[in-house]
Structures are given as structure tokens and as C-alpha cells.
Design a protein around this ligand. Structure first.
Ligand code: SAM
Length: 247
């Protein structure tokens, strides 16, 4: 089981994501718990202010440090084991390795920035880690937080009906996954690779491995440098490189 505590000024944004599909089922089954904390509830002023104009001028509003600090004091258990993560376009880019690491935690705190960004003192004093979902800027950290919750929860045992499917997902093996097919066997003259219908499991496994290597070679050759390849993998790659299909 894993618990996510999410700090946001727009907690309602999470309702549709958390209320559907596998994540909903996992929350209902107690595998995943998501606590949404409205940062506004941790303000101490009459107007419940969470943001203010930037010192030095310039456009946009900046999220204030006190409400976030108050929320963390109230939420994060003492003892220092819970990672406090700020979603930020300036953070380390989310990769499956980070997802795997976070899935080992029993609790994760996610802070969603908004507006022009956050007071730098939040970054300097209150967080352990900054995570970006890619080199582009969104208007808030809520969508990135949902991406972290979904990708990490997927690895919680029981989240996906067949846990094998997670083992062979793209990136989990260090490769991209190969193609999938399902019924009908023929659609508009578009067939299915014969081997998948053969019932010969060893041949199917070999085909899947080859397709996975082929796809990685075509789309993400950089990944092949990071993965431990067997002699058989290397032989398949040699064959594929000489294969005109790949050009
Ligand atoms: N002015 C900031 C900058 O240039 O770095 C961007 C602020 S952005 C408009 C507002 C908030 O959205 C950020 O504080 C962060 O929480 C979130 N955010 C935007 N893009 C993100 C990304 N690629 N990954 C993670 N969080 C992001």
C-alpha cells in the first residue's frame, strides 16, 4: 500500500482522474490512498491568501511560503523518511527508474506549484526532490502530480490485474515493449503475425523479444546502451541491423 499526500490550491482538479479506471479501483481496495490537501486551508490571514506579487516586480503571482510550510508541518510525519517532492519544470525528468524508486516508499508528499511559480524558500528549505514531467511548462503541478500518482501506483502489487504485464512494460525491462494484437484475427485484410496464433510459447516469447529489440533499435537506440543484453539479444540485433525493414 502507498499513501500520497498532495498539496494543491486546486484539489478539485484530481477528482476525475482519481474517480476512474484502475486508480479508482485501487483506492477502493485500499492499495492506494490519496489525501488531497487544499493549501488555502493552511493560510492564517482573513483572505486566505496563497499567492502574492513578486519582490522586484514582474508579471505573475508567486505562491507564498507560509501556507506550504504550515501544511507540511501538519501533514508530514516526523522521522524524515517521507520524501517531499515539488513538481517543477526545473526538476529531474521523471523516468521509470524514479517511478520504481518511489513505488518502494510507503508515503510520498507532492507539492503542486501554480501561477508564476513558488517562493524559492520552499525549494531551498522544505523539499527533498524536484520532479519534472518534461521540457515544457504547464500552468500548474496538478497534472504532473497525477502522472506521478498513476505511474507509481501501477507498480503497487495488485494495482494491475496481471502483474506480469507491468514487468514487460516499456522501460521496465530497459527496452520498449513490442506490439500487441487481439481479436479479430483479420480486419480489412490486416492480419495478425502467424506465430501469435501458433500456440508455441517458446516461439512466441522469442518473437516478442525480437520485436521489443527491433522497436527499441528503431525508436530509442540510446536505450540499448544502458541495458544488459544476452548473447541471443546481440545475435538478434545483428540480424535486425542487416534487415532492410529497419531502414
Ligand atoms: N515560471 C516557472 C519556470 O519558468 O520555471 C514555471 C511555473 S509553472 C507556470 C507553474 C507550476 O506548474 C510550477 O510551479 C510547477 O509546479 C508546475 N509545472 C509546470 N510545468 C511543469 C513540468 N514540466 N513538470 C512538473 N511541474 C510543472
Amino acid at each position: 500500500m502507498i499513501v500520497f499526500d498532495i498539496l494543491s490550491v486546486f484539489p478539485e482538479m484530481f477528482q476525475s482522474t482519481l474517480g476512474n479506471s484502475l486508480i479508482k479501483r485501487s483506492i477502493d481496495n485500499g492499495l492506494v490512498e490519496v489525501n488531497l490537501h487544499n493549501i488555502r486551508n493552511y493560510t492564517r490571514d482573513r483572505h486566505r491568501t496563497t499567492d502574492d506579487t513578486p519582490y522586484g516586480g514582474g508579471g505573475g503571482m508567486v505562491m507564498k511560503v507560509e501556507p506550504v510550510a504550515n501544511a507540511l508541518k501538519a501533514i508530514v510525519p516526523t522521522g524524515g523518511k517521507t520524501p517531499v517532492i515539488l513538481l517543477s519544470p526545473q526538476g529531474e525528468t521523471l523516468k521509470q527508474k524514479i517511478v520504481e524508486e518511489l513505488s518502494q516508499c510507503s508515503r510520498v508528499v507532492l507539492i503542486c506549484g501554480h501561477y508564476e511559480g513558488i517562493d524559492e524558500r520552499i525549494r531551498e528549505h522544505l523539499i527533498d526532490r524536484e520532479i519534472s514531467i518534461g521540457d515544457y511548462v504547464l500552468s500548474g503541478g496538478e497534472l504532473p502530480a497525477m502522472i506521478v500518482v498513476d505511474s507509481v501506483s501501477r507498480l503497487v502489487p495488485g494495482f494491475v490485474g496481471n502483474s506480469d504485464s507491468v514487468l514487460y512494460d516499456s522501460f521496465s525491462t530497459g527496452l520498449l515493449e513490442g506490439p500487441h494484437y487481439t481479436r479479430p484475427r483479420e480486419y480489412e485484410n490486416w492480419g495478425v503475425p502467424e506465430v501469435l496464433l501458433s500456440g508455441h510459447q517458446k516461439k512466441i516469447d522469442e518473437w516478442r523479444r525480437r520485436e521489443s529489440l527491433k522497436r527499441t533499435l528503431q525508436r530509442r537506440p540510446d536505450m540499448l546502451k544502458q541495458v544488459d543484453l544476452t548473447e541471443e539479444d546481440k545475435r538478434m540485433i545483428q540480424e535486425l541491423v542487416g534487415d532492410s525493414e529497419l531502414v
